[in-house]
Ligand binder design. Structure first.
Ligand code: 4NP
Length: 152
């Protein structure tokens, strides 16, 4: 079983969408996909309505997900930890205990733009078009991730 964690700040906009998209592209019997936020603001909350809506538009139901905060034990549980932006990256790396932990942390858009460390922009304070833009970026990255993980 390969375990993949998607991480953003609040775990209500970007990472639940990334979780739903990647889950839809991988066989559940071989892959576990989860998401978490580096902040504690939205523990127990459902995803933002705008993330739920853009997911639904593309045939995915993420309405039952619940926000949780990233914790150190996630380094033990997960094989790959994808972050959405530079700030998530710094916040997760601060909790790494060793090089093995650090090596699990990757920028999700590096799957499409290797070594660029591009951000998936935080759509929280913007409009609906920001959520569609985030969906498109995550869909492209997750397509690549799923291809790579299932081709070996
Ligand atoms: P996310 O977006 O990190 O993609 O879930 C955010 C959600 C909430 C907040 C910030 C970003 N907030 O400040 O409450």
């Amino acid at each position: 079983m390969t375990k993949i964690l998607m991480v953003c700040l609040g775990n209500i906009c970007r990472s639940p969408l990334a979780e739903g998209i990647l889950k839809s592209k991988l066989p559940a019997e071989d892959f576990q996909v989860d998401s978490a936020g580096t902040a504690s603001y939205h523990i127990g909350s459902a995803p933002d309505k705008r993330s739920v809506a853009v997911a639904k538009k593309h045939g995915l139901n993420i309405s039952n997900l619940k926000g949780r905060q990233f914790e150190v034990s996630d380094f033990d549980t997960f094989d790959i930890i994808y972050v959405m932006d530079e700030s998530n990256y710094q916040n997760v790396l601060k909790l790494a205990r060793n090089e093995e932990d650090e090596n699990k942390v990757k920028f999700i858009l590096n799957e499409v733009y290797p070594n660029k460390n591009f951000d998936v922009p935080d759509p929280y304070y913007g409009g609906d078009e920001g959520f569609q833009n985030v969906y498109n970026m995550l869909d492209e990255a997750c397509t690549k991730i799923a291809q790579d993980l299932t081709s070996s």
